[in-house]
Write a protein that binds this ligand. Structure first.
Ligand code: KG4
Ligand code: ZN
Length: 341
């Protein structure tokens, strides 16, 4: 496969993003030429979570400006591009449609091939940009505001789902607990900071690892337990230490993930473990994964925080491998809210 310069779009949730990447596996080039992100966090913070209709409108307003900026920063004209990549699944349907429609129009108008990208595989690809030598197979955990999936990544474009959340996503649980404690949305990063100064053993919460052999997760029991714990204290007129709640919650989450990593490893040993998605920015999760890696002589990979949360560079990177595998879309590409991972 020749070198490719790919213009990529991401709009599956509350970040509109456009980026240009240059990829050439033969020459070892995995480069971000530009990456532009317009976050809607402040708008949605008013409501304590993402409002899909508002997100769709904000994507519509932002996408063409971001596209122009991404090309300008990459110092490229449309003629110098080789393809257009776009997130088409999974995500909020309205927001996804904005990106898909824009990418289709852009590709069609400029005579460029269109590459459909799965957002979850995109999160994994953030690590290809971070570690230039990283190649499948490996085991990956994608933990974000909307997803919690444990995957066996067999090749750049093929995966097997080992386990997933049966209810809420990991990031959703972080954000909900933060919200109940009065922290602004999204509260994951602040929970991370508070957990560093709290006592992880202060409160015992229920595990996120569902019983039995399954590698699935469940966050709703933990989330409800934390909310109930805080409400009970409130009713009794008792105060609490936010840092202890954050630390105990985080300890429960990382403990459950450790258990799943161990089970997955015992089923089929792997030498590389990739942490991806917004929650993979969590310092405690990273520390836990590092210690697991040391114990099992395993390479642990995670991207810098700006590539952990939603961005279009990761979509462009995954788009390259999809193109290499011949996965292109025609003008009738549609957005899909859900997928099998
Ligand atoms: O990947 P992402 O941008 O969006 C989805 O694809 O859903 O992830 C956003 C999520 C939010 O829930 C946010 O609170 C969480 O990632 N997050 C964190 C941290 N930084 C972001 N959660 C825990 N610790 C962090 N340091
Ligand atoms: Zn995401």
């Amino acid at each position: 496969m020749n070198s490719m310069k790919i213009l990529a779009f991401e709009s599956s949730c509350d970040e509109t993003a456009a980026a240009v990447v240059e990829m050439d596996e033969e020459r070892g080039i995995r480069q971000i030429l530009s990456s532009k992100i317009a976050s809607q966090v402040e708008t949605h913070a008013l409501y304590g979570g993402v409002v899909p209709e508002i997100a769709s409108r904000a994507h519509t307003e932002a996408i063409s400006g971001l596209c122009r900026e991404a090309l300008a920063e990459a110092k490229l004209t449309p003629k110098e591009l080789d393809a257009v990549a776009v997130t088409y699944t999974p995500g909020l349907i309205g927001p996804l449609l904005v990106g898909v429609s824009f990418a289709k129009a852009y590709a069609f108008a400029n005579g460029l091939p269109l590459i459909p990208v799965n957002h979850i595989m995109g999160h994994v690809a953030a690590c290809y940009l971070t570690y230039k030598d990283l190649k499948p197979p490996f085991c990956a955990l994608v933990v974000s505001g909307s997803h919690t999936s444990l995957l066996k990544v067999k090749s750049f474009t093929d995966y097997e789902l080992l386990g997933m959340t049966r209810d809420d996503a990991a990031g959703e649980a972080f954000d909900k607990v933060a919200r109940v404690m009065g922290l602004p949305y999204p509260g994951g990063a602040e929970m991370d900071r508070l957990a560093s100064i709290g006592d992880p053993q202060a409160i015992k919460f229920p595990s996120i690892a569902v019983a039995g052999e399954s590698l699935d997760f469940s966050f709703s029991g933990l989330k409800t337990a934390v909310v109930n714990h805080l409400n009970t204290l409130k009713q009794r007129g008792e105060g609490y230490k936010m840092e202890d709640v954050a630390a105990s919650f985080t300890h429960t989450v990382t403990g459950g993930i450790y258990k799943r990593m161990k089970q997955a490893y015992e089923k089929e040993p792997f030498d590389t473990f990739v942490l991806a998605g917004g929650v993979s920015a969590n310092s405690h999760l990273r520390k836990m994964a590092e210690s697991f890696g040391k114990k099992h002589k395993m390479r642990i990979c995670y991207a810098p925080p700006i590539l952990c949360t939603d961005n279009a560079a990761m979509i462009g990177a995954q788009g390259y491998y999809e193109a290499e595998a011949g996965h292109f879309a025609s003008i009738d590409l549609n957005a899909e809210a859900t997928c099998d991972i």
